[in-house]
Design a protein around this ligand. Structure first.
Ligand code: WNU
Length: 152
């Protein structure tokens, strides 16, 4: 990411406030700030499409998104939750080595996401066992939620 020193520091302290990254070592967090991209989305815009390949992890810096998913017996994807500032998404395709498992749609204009690519995500997670274990468990729980939604 090319940005001023001040912006770098803003992202650094923002990332520090994200619960997932709270305990990451200083230099890891600084490295993430260095390779961040920022993406902007308008209301209604798809950030992630279910079934597509994905190589990125997102952290919401501004705005709100909703998560929808194809559900057995429904013609339209069903809304399963909304996420806001400090929440993150897109980890599942990276961890499960699978396609995107839900849609992520911006519900506001000027939603801003910090985007981490697969290599940097692996570096961030791979070097930190607790984070890896936490995310793995969470991803398995999401799969169970998906099953429950479809077979009940
Ligand atoms: C859900 N089922 C599925 C969410 C975000 C982060 C965590 C929950 Cl740690 P992806 C689509 C993304 C997926 C998840 C996100 O949607 N998601 C869900 C569910 O019930 N996905 N299958 N809830 S919000 C959320 C926990 O990040 O990752 O790469 O793309 O498959």
């Amino acid at each position: 990411m090319k940005s001023t020193q001040a912006t770098q520091e803003e992202y650094f302290s923002f990332l520090r406030s994200v619960s997932l990254l709270r305990d990451l070592p200083e230099e890891k967090l600084a490295k993430i700030v260095d390779c961040l991209e920022i993406d902007y989305f308008d209301k209604g815009e798809y950030i992630i499409r279910e079934g597509e390949e994905g190589n990125t992890f997102f952290i919401i810096a501004k705005g709100e998104v909703c998560v929808t998913q194809t559900t057995e017996g429904c013609t339209e994807p069903q809304e399963i939750k909304t996420l806001g500032v400090g929440d993150y998404f897109g980890e599942k395709a990276l961890i499960s080595e699978d396609v995107r498992s839900a849609n992520i749609i911006s519900t506001e204009n000027d939603t801003q996401c910090l985007v981490v690519d697969r290599d940097n995500f692996n570096q961030m997670v791979g070097t930190y066992e607790e984070l890896q274990a936490y995310l793995k468990e969470y991803v398995e729980e999401l799969s169970r939620c998906d099953e429950r939604r479809n077979f009940s």
